[in-house]
Design a protein around this ligand. Structure first.
Ligand code: HMG
Ligand code: MG
Length: 301
């Protein structure tokens, strides 16, 4: 095979990133059914919800209840987004295997998203990371707006490194770099990866692409050329950040599976089961999901 990795690890973020931006509320029972379907698809990590302020993200206000009702597959790492100690306490009560902390490389997005300056964020996240590690949890640090910010424009790799170095010093296990508004082109991915792949170990880097401009698959191919083998994605291409106006969903897990399996790269995930999970949530949301693979596979049935 040579050019491509043998295996790519996918984290399913649909139940968190996907649903946080959907207007239609999904009942807790339907979410739990859907997460259980995903748990049986072969995916090894699911970000199942978010313990942020329910006024900010009402779609995920049932994180606690949903977390308690999910049928746990011991082969799956169940993680959740956690902004502060209050969120971590609730998440730990519910039972998480992993905590995802998050902040932005750009000051303006950080302020809009979590109501703090970058400098004021570190003491808060530092405590969350320390306590989550003490409780034996895996901790991922999301860095948002690593390429473009909806308020500040182009973001330099230096700004990303400034935040990433500090998150690693605080103790995160890995870093997920977010193209929050889904506008990057492969040359931007190259510029960032040139700056970070030798600074951090490649297997600690996850790429998190939104697909607003349809560039996510090209950006994933570029990332793989740099030795990156970990990607976040959402079933059917659901998703978006409420504090990034106009930004579309995550790259669709279904599209990634088609690409990887076509290239001969293993993912451990069953395309048929992912298709069923996509159609399930499409039906509950009452609208077509953006994934072309989902639409094509549905037309074949
Ligand atoms: P704040 O208002 O600054 O918080 O919000 P505070 O600490 O000043 O507390 C104010 C009140 O909120 C207090 O209640 C707290 O108890 C309560 P009061 O005493 O007034 O009654 N509170 C909470 N309640 C429940 N759960 C909590 C919590 N924390 C405080 N965890 C905060 C700060 C971070 C909480 C808020 O800004 C927030 O919830 N933001 C959510 C932002 C968000 O979820 N954005 C979307 C996810 S990020 C994303 O999508 C990007 C990503 O996908 C990567 C990418 O694409 O780039 C990860
Ligand atoms: Mg995101």
């Amino acid at each position: 095979m040579g050019r491509w990795p043998e295996f790519v690890q996918i984290k399913e973020v649909g139940p968190r990133d996907g649903l946080q931006n959907e207007k239609k509320r999904i009942s807790t029972a339907d979410k739990v059914n859907w997460i259980n379907m995903l748990s049986e698809s072969g995916v090894r990590e699911i970000e199942y919800s978010s313990f942020v302020h329910p006024k900010w993200i009402p779609q995920l206000a049932d994180a606690h209840e949903a977390g308690r009702k999910i049928k746990r597959n011991p082969e799956v790492r169940y993680s959740a987004l956690v902004p502060n100690m209050k969120g971590l306490e609730l998440a730990l009560e519910t039972g998480i295997d992993g905590a995802s902390v998050f902040m932005s490389a750009s000051e303006a997005h950080n302020k809009k998203n979590i109501n703090k300056s970058i400098d004021d964020t570190f003491p808060v996240l530092g405590e969350v990371i320390r306590e989550a590690k003490k409780a034996g949890k895996h901790v991922t640090g999301y860095v948002s707006t690593v390429f473009d910010c909806p308020y500040e424009g182009r973001i330099s790799p230096d700004a990303v490194i400034r935040v990433s170095d500090q998150l690693l010093e605080c103790g995160v296990d890995d870093l997920s770099f977010g193209d929050t508004i889904g506008t990057a082109v492969p040359s931007q991915v190259e510029e960032l990866l040139e700056a970070v792949v030798n600074r951090y170990s490649k297997d600690r880097i996850i790429m998190h692409f939104h697909d607003t401009r349809g560039m996510a698959i090209a950006n994933i191919m570029t990332s793989m050329a740099y030795g990156i083998t970990r990607f976040d994605s959402a079933v059917g291409g659901l998703g978006g950040c409420p504090y990034a106006p106009g930004a579309a969903g995550n790259v669709a897990t279904n599209d990634i599976l088609y690409l990887m399996h076509g290239l001969g790269i293993k993912t451990g995930i069953c395309e048929k089961k992912l298709q069923e999970a996509a159609l399930y949530i499409q039906n509950k949301l009452g609208k077509d999901l953006p994934s072309k693979s989902v639409a094509y596979a549905a037309a074949q049935q």
